[in-house]
Design a protein around this ligand. Structure first.
Ligand code: FNR
Length: 382
């Protein structure tokens, strides 16, 4: 199986599963506890059907949307995800080169593996930095300052990771960053020599944006939940968020808002956008799916803040449904991560091209030429 045999996210997932050592695949694929929220986040879109329109003259369509101060050429942003150089040796570099061809927002994580400065220099598409608030306030301020100097367009403050989710696949596999060499992990790395040789031959693994802090502040190999619990600031609150927004001064999002009350509070602190998100089902299992919660939030905020639907997006039709409910844009992680693992830059380009083609085809079949023509009259819940 090759990238050219992949036609959808599920195909890329199958290829990624073959290419990656089990613990690394499970880190991408898994969620918290029983993974109920992980599964529901994708399945929620299937509880609602599109009602197409016809004879609408759809020769020319425009799928751009405006979000976080930028007009992006397709309505799906790339959600920030950690440690991409574990999934493919080129990591964020490969994703950055791919996403440039699609003119959408590229999000990088505080715990990414290519630096803010390098992304700033090399990626011309709109760039978002995802901030995790660490216990060291100086580190947080320094990261915001680096984003300003590197020409980033937006910051998203992740608010749903105040403690680490209980990701049992990671506990079972003993997943750590960097990978720890145990008899079991060695077996799984030996079974994937392509991945392992690239990992060992290329530049050493590092959390590029915080590497000085991490090596000085803690032992290097640790589980992701341990990292979160030791390093992130559990005292973070609305005042923290407001202070970061003021310090940054540019387009600012809160990522991981699920309640109407919190959505309204995000307006009060002057945020530009919220990500309706449950962190891809990796944090609070049993929490609602973003798509299930979207209408309530869209109605409550009444256009006073941009609403990004993040999680479970696997198809162009999912994007059309979220936009019909009233989302400003969509965002996703696994929709490009499996493809990164499956084929690096070429994989991500292929995945984004397929998704864009699905949105294009879906718009024409729905009888719309612009995305703001979609509304709830195009939807029926079963
Ligand atoms: C994530 N996500 C995430 N979010 C964040 O704010 N900072 C991060 O470092 C990460 N890292 C990360 C790693 C991996 C492997 C995954 C799958 C996800 C969450 C991410 O931004 C997004 O919210 C989810 O991926 C959305 O769900 P889907 O699209 O993967 O279903």
């Amino acid at each position: 199986m090759h990238v050219r045999d992949c036609h959808n996210v599920e195909d890329f997932r199958a290829l990624a599963k073959r290419r990656l050592p089990g613990p690394v695949f499970d880190y991408i694929d898994g969620g918290a506890d029983d993974e109920v929220t992980l599964r529901r986040s994708a399945a929620a879109y299937d509880d609602c059907d599109l009602v197409p329109g016809v004879l609408a003259g759809v020769a020319d369509i425009d799928m751009s949307v405006e979000v976080l101060g930028k007009r992006i050429a397709m309505p799906v942003m790339l959600s920030p995800t950690a440690m991409q150089r574990l999934f493919h040796w080129e990591g964020e570099r490969a994703v950055g080169r791919a996403v440039e061809k699609f003119g959408t927002y590229f999000g990088i994580s505080t715990i990414g593996t290519v630096s803010i400065e390098e992304i700033g220099r090399t990626v011309s598409t709109p760039k978002l930095f995802q901030l995790y608030v660490h216990r060291d306030a100086g580190l947080n301020r320094a990261l915001v300052q680096r984003c300003k100097e590197a020409g980033f367009d937006a910051i998203a403050l992740t608010v749903d990771t105040i403690v680490g989710g209980n990701r049992e696949r990671d506990l079972r596999s003993g997943f750590t960053t960097p990978p720890r060499w145990t008899p079991r992990s060695l077996l799984s790395f030996a079974a994937h020599p392509g991945w392992t040789l690239n990992y060992l031959r290329r530049e050493p693994f590092a959390l590029a944006n915080i590497k000085d802090y991490v090596t000085h502040g803690s032992s290097v190999a640790m589980g992701v939940a341990d990292y979160i619990n030791r390093m992130f600031d559990p005292a973070m609150d609305w005042k923290t968020a407001e202070a970061i927004r003021a310090d940054w001064g540019g387009p600012f999002a809160l990522k991981g808002i699920m309640s109407v009350a919190d959505a309204k509070r995000a307006i009060d602190i002057g945020a530009t956008a919220i990500y309706v998100s449950n962190h891809g089902g990796r944090q609070l299992d049993g929490s609602r799916a973003p798509f299930d919660q979207l209408a309530e939030i869209v109605d409550a905020v009444g256009g006073r803040i941009e609403v990004i639907c993040d999680g479970g997006i696997r198809r162009g039709s999912h994007v059309l449904k979220a936009l019909s409910v009233g989302a400003t844009a969509c965002s996703g992680g696994r929709l490009y991560l499996y493809a990164l693992a499956a084929g690096g830059q070429a994989g991500v380009e292929c995945a984004l091209a397929k998704l864009r083609a699905e949105i294009d085809r879906g718009m024409r079949l729905m009888g719309v030429t612009r995305l703001d023509q979609l509304n709830r009259s195009n939807l029926r819940w079963r």
